[in-house]
Each structure stands twice: as C-alpha cells, then as structure tokens.
Design a protein around this ligand. Structure first.
Ligand code: ACO
Length: 329
C-alpha cells in the first residue's frame, strides 16, 4: 500500500494596511464610544486600506512573505487560492490577479467564497491536492477589505471590521509534522444573518440598490454570536476527535477574530490558559477570512508557535459556514 504523504504548512505571511482607525475616530463618525466597543468586542483599533488599494495588493504581499519564509520561488507554485468576499472585482478572480503579480507562471488560480471560514476551506482543499499528487506547492491565501462593504453609518457593524491578508504555503513536510484533521460545514438556512444583499445576480447594482444601502454588509449580531459560540466549540471537538487528541494536547488555539467574548467562551470551554490562545482582535478587528492566517503568522514570527506544536485553527462566518483544522506545525 502506498504510504500517505505528510502535508503541512511550509511558510506563512501576512500584510495589513498602515492606516489605523481607532475607537476614538469612530466616536466622531457614529453614536458609539470606546468603552462600549472594548467591553462588547475587545476591539481597540483596526486597519483600513487607502483609496485606490485593493484586496490583491495585500494578498500579493502576504503570499510573497509566505514564499520567502518557505524558501520557495513563485514559479514553483502549482495552485493559488484566495479566500475572499471582497475580491478586486467580480472577475477576473483575485487569485488570477495575484498569480500574475507574483510571477507564478505555472500556477492555476481561483477565488473561494466561504466568508470568514474560507481560509480553513482552502487548507483542506490544498491538503487534498498535495496528498493526491496533483500539486506540490499550494498557496492558500485569504484577504478582505471589509471596509469596502462596511456601512459607516451603521454603528452595529462599522465598529467590528478591518482590512488585511494572510497566506500560507502548503506542501509536503517531514515526519512528525502536518495536518491531522479537518472539519468543514455549512448551514445555508442561516445565510440571512450575515450577508450583502446586492451586487450579485439577484439584485444587480442599480440606483435603487445604492440608495437603499444594499451594497453594504448586514448582520444580525446576536444570532451570529449564538451560532459562533456553538460552531467554535463543535468544530474544535470534531477535529480533536478525528485526530484522536484531547483538549490537553492543544498547544495553540488560533481562532477567528470576531469578538473577544466568543474567543473567551472557546478558551474556557477547552480549559486553555490565555497564553495558548492567539488574540489579535484588539489591533485589527475582524478581518474576515484573513484573521486566522494573520494570527497564525504573527504567532509564528513572534516565536509563540513553534515547530512540532499542535495548533487548532477554528472559524465561522457567512453562509453560514464553519471550519477547523488540527495541524502539527
Ligand atoms: N456603540 C454603542 N452602542 C451600540 C453599538 C455601538 N457600536 N452597537 C450596538 N449598540 C447598542 C444597540 O443598539 C443596543 O442598544 P439597545 O439595548 O438600546 O437596543 C445595545 O448596544 C446592545 O446591542 P446588542 O446587539 O444586543 O449587543 P451585543 O452584546 O449582542 O453585541 C455584537 C453586539 C458585538 C455585534 C455581538 O452581537 C457580536 O459580536 N456578534 C457576533 C458578530 C460576529 O461574530 N460577526 C462575525 C461573523 S463572520 C464575519 O466575520 C463576516
């Protein structure tokens, strides 16, 4: 019988805009205050892309950094997937734009739409591609400029979101490392809780759709919150069980950064000390699909995530969707 390949993360990278939007800046824009935002969400500031910039600018940088960390050239990459709900445009895909900008001449490329869970969907696909021998190197990137679809007149959403991108290079790794298990899921009946109504085939852009502010993200916060707490716990339990591991085996939890209270609920449920949970929400807010790879990249670069550590990444988002991955780094 052919031996299974060990597939894992060869390098990571991330990129966020320079411009900082603080809670105090938001106080001047909508009826909110720093204290409400910090206690309800844990967010103190977020990064916002400049005029004229687009998702591919940040995804390209994150991919370049991941390739550099892995010591692999762009023209060796077989596949690029970009998880995003804010592509540069409807088409061509941001994946193809990034492929060109990287000079990844032999890579296939596409975008993946699973909102904040997109990075985890991408990791699972990349694992399958390498495992089956269809690809040697796969760039799994996630990037969103949520500021582009945020209604800065709606205080219930505009305080939450920020911009950024993260990426990892997936390929074969040595013994003792690599992906152990995945869990992915979707419950489309909850799509109404988190969506952007217009701009697709159902409600194409029109003067009316713009006037009705239908090109902005809309969210039912409390419904999303309840779903998130359940999804984080359930998906983490599933990947641990699939890998034959216990909660005590977790060295690092890298959760989607949507709300510190959601992260804390997961931390307590799994009995983890604070130093085992990566938190970036205070400085970046919710950056959608890129929040997990940004948090992972920072943990690796700061030396918090070390080779051989068991990391569990877990997230949830629009769709509704959720996902988790257990990996020996
Ligand atoms: N500043 C001040 N007051 C506010 C603000 C604000 N920015 N926003 C809402 N409020 C008010 C509300 O109007 C409400 O006032 P009322 O009681 O007079 O009606 C009060 O604060 C409480 O509002 P709730 O919505 O009940 O507040 P809650 O504690 O649920 O927190 C929040 C809201 C932060 C949005 C929370 O529900 C949440 O985090 N939900 C999950 C969101 C999430 O995970 N989204 C990510 C999904 S995936 C993706 O990333 C795209």
């Amino acid at each position: 019988m052919q031996e299974q390949k060990r597939v894992g993360i060869l390098g990571s990278g991330s990129a966020v805009p320079e411009r900082v939007l603080t809670n105090f800046d938001l106080e001047k824009m909508v009826d909110t205050n720093d204290e409400w935002i910090v206690t309800r969400t844990g967010i103190r500031e977020r990064r916002i892309a400049g005029d004229g910039e687009s998702t591919s600018d940040y995804v390209t940088k994150a991919c370049q950094r991941a390739l550099e960390a892995a010591g692999v050239q762009a023209d060796q990459v077989d596949m690029i997937m970009v998880a995003t709900v804010t592509p540069d445009m409807m088409f061509p895909s941001t994946g193809s734009i990034v492929q060109d900008r990287l000079g990844a001449s032999k890579a296939a490329a596409f975008d993946l739409s699973a909102a904040c869970s997109g990075f985890l969907y991408g990791l699972s696909l990349a694992n399958g591609l390498v495992q089956s021998g269809q690809a040697k190197y796969v760039l799994v990137a996630a990037g969103d400029l949520l500021s582009r679809i945020t209604d800065y007149e709606d205080r219930s959403t505009c305080v939450l979101f920020g911009d950024g991108a993260g990426a990892v290079l997936v390929g074969e790794v040595e013994e003792g490392r690599g992906f152990l298990s995945f869990d992915l899921g979707s419950d489309g009946s909850g799509g109404k809780y988190l969506h952007m109504p217009a701009g697709g085939s159902k409600i194409p852009a029109s003067q009316e759709s713009v006037a009705q502010r239908q090109h902005f993200l809309r969210m039912e916060g409390q419904e999303t919150f309840k779903f998130a707490v359940k999804a984080m716990a359930g998906s983490t339990e599933k990947v641990l069980a699939k890998a034959g591991l216990d909660r005590e085996d977790i060295d690092l939890l890298v959760p989607h950064q949507a709300n510190i209270r959601i992260i804390e609920a997961a931390r307590k449920r799994f009995g983890l000390d604070e130093d085992k949970v990566v938190v970036t929400i205070h400085k970046y807010g919710n950056t959608s699909a890129s929040s997990i790879p940004i948090a992972l990249d920072e943990a690796i670069r700061e030396g918090r995530a070390k080779a051989g550590d068991l990391a569990v990444m877990v997230g949830f988002g629009g769709g509704l969707t959720w996902g988790a991955a257990a990996v020996r780094l």
